[in-house]
Design a binder for this molecule. Structure first.
Ligand code: BG6
Length: 484
């Protein structure tokens, strides 16, 4: 069956930076289903050709050396444009006619991608319903909704209800691009295609888990948006909690969308609710120096650009094991990593002087940019008595596999075209994630709000966060990845 991929918000930044480059790369690798057409919809007036030319430029810019004019020339004829306004019923009626014409009134799988500003998600969905575009008489109809999915639990519920008025849940693909990252999928493989990790992946062996998403860049040109969102909405509700779910979930019975998502959502339901005083005790927030003076940021803004949160997963596997989630802008380096810190040996028979203090085993999953996994363990230094030192087993994607790691959007767009929702968030998952975040946001917004620590750009966030960890007898692993 042919496929039609319709992008709402076609003249926007996401379309140029991520969506079309991903579709182009899939085309170039021969992975796009045969007979896939891409249709752009937005208010800007373009002819098909003018849009193709503008996309050729933006795609060349964003895919760099992967751009090949000859391949583009074979892709461009399958790209179309239809100008219209999400607020106008007539424009949807004419889009429906245009799509039917393009598909010669034959059956076709259609994927609608909402790449608009979030305030247009609901009207766009209503219009898809009203104009019959969600009707599946002529093939599957799916909708991909970009993040942010709501800005709190109430708005997420409201949006889910609006979506479900028009689409069945099986037709809805809520995107979180972290799930499309190779290394995140590999965490499922590491855990569930090997036997050696499972026996130790629990409270008996794990002391704590650290999940860090550090970015070297500051908020830059997205300051206007960022100032209204902040760290918890922008990164925790989605990416950080997704990484935590994959780390903490039980093995699903099979690799199938609902089996995986059932297990993920159970993790969120097991998270001990934080509210009131515990929010103050178990979170640290910061803002890099200069943020509040940036253009488009409200003077005196109290928006966090750094946050650390300690969560407890109250179930048999994880009881008593804290999960530390941390993310910041303007940090030392760009790195996303999950550190599983194992317990100390129960009884140490080697003398541990100050220099040879035994460090416990540590599994570091480097999600990006030095994709890989390191297992740290103690070893005997040769010819030095019983002196011990940590060393590691070091797996690196770049050494092991040839070629570049694909962009997350490639995998996710292809999965949506093929009807596999395993790597997309389900309605209950998104709502459960907001239930964890809302009380933190509430506490941070009170008039007697907790401290907002200022940190210098280029560090690992506020020093108070290190003190907070030290007070719990632990330390952050501030590791900038070595790219080799
Ligand atoms: C986005 C956030 O979802 O993820 C951005 O809105 C953030 O603020 C980005 O920079 C990080 O994604 P990645 O893939 O670069 O780690």
């Amino acid at each position: 069956m042919p496929h039609t991929f319709v992008i709402f918000g076609a003249s926007g930044d996401l379309t140029q930076r991520k969506l079309v480059p991903a579709l182009y790369r899939l085309h170039r690798k021969g992975r796009l289903p045969a007979d896939t057409r891409v249709v752009g919809f937005s208010r800007t007036k373009f002819t098909h050709d003018a849009w193709r030319v503008s996309l050729a430029d933006s795609t060349a810019k964003h895919v760099g050396d992967d751009f090949d004019a000859a391949h583009w020339a074979t892709f461009a004829p399958s790209i179309f444009y239809h100008a219209g306004d999400i607020g106008r019923n007539d424009d949807f009626a004419s889009l429906a006619r245009f799509l039917a014409e393009l598909e010669a009134s034959k059956s076709s799988t259609r994927v609608y991608y909402l790449a608009t500003a979030p305030r247009f998600y609901e009207p766009a969905i209503e219009q898809l319903g009203r104009s019959g575009l969600a009707d599946e008489a002529r093939g599957p109809r799916r909708v991909i909704v970009e993040k942010p999915f709501g800005c709190d639990l109430a708005s997420a519920r409201h949006l889910n209800a609006a979506v479900h008025d028009v689409f069945h849940e099986r037709q809805v693909y809520r995107i979180d691009h972290y799930l499309g990252k190779e290394t995140v999928q590999n965490l499922l493989v590491l855990r569930f295609a090997n036997t050696i990790f499972e026996p130790v992946w629990n409270r008996n062996y794990v002391d704590h888990v650290q999940i860090t998403v550090a970015e070297e860049v500051d908020v830059g040109s997205r300051a206007g948006y960022y100032d209204t969102a902040g760290m918890i909405r922008d990164m925790f509700q989605n990416h950080l909690l997704q990484l935590m779910m994959i780390t903490a979930m039980e093995a699903p019975a099979r690799y199938a969308a609902d089996a995986i998502r059932d297990e993920k959502v159970k993790v969120l339901h097991a998270v001990r609710p934080l509210s009131g005083e515990p929010v103050r005790r178990d979170t640290v927030r910061g803002q890099y120096r200069g943020y509040a003076e940036s253009a488009e940021v409200k003077r005196g803004s109290r928006t966090a650009t750094f946050a650390a949160v300690k969560l407890w997963v109250d179930n048999w596997r994880w009881q008593g094991v804290p999960f530390y989630l941390r993310s910041g802008k303007a940090m030392s380096c760009r790195t996303t990593q999950i550190v599983v810190q194992f317990r100390e040996p129960p009884h140490m028979i080697f003398a541990a002087g100050p220099k040879s203090a035994v460090e416990s085993n540590r599994l570091v999953i480097q999600v990006q940019p030095a994709e890989g996994i390191q297992l740290h363990f103690e070893t005997k230094v040769p010819d030095a008595g019983m002196k011990l030192r940590q060393t590691d087993l070091d797996f690196r994607y770049q050494r092991e596999f040839r070629g570049t790691i694909p962009e997350a959007y490639e995998r996710l767009l292809l999965d949506a075209l093929e009807g596999d929702a395993s790597l997309f968030a389900r309605a209950d998952e998104v709502e459960a994630a907001w239930s964890i975040c809302d009380p933190i946001l509430d506490e941070w917004q009170r008039s007697d709000e907790p401290a907002l620590y200022v940190y210098e750009a280029g560090l690992w966030g506020p020093s108070e966060c290190g003190d907070w960890m030290a007070a719990q007898g632990r330390q952050w692993f501030d590791i900038c990845p070595v790219l080799k």
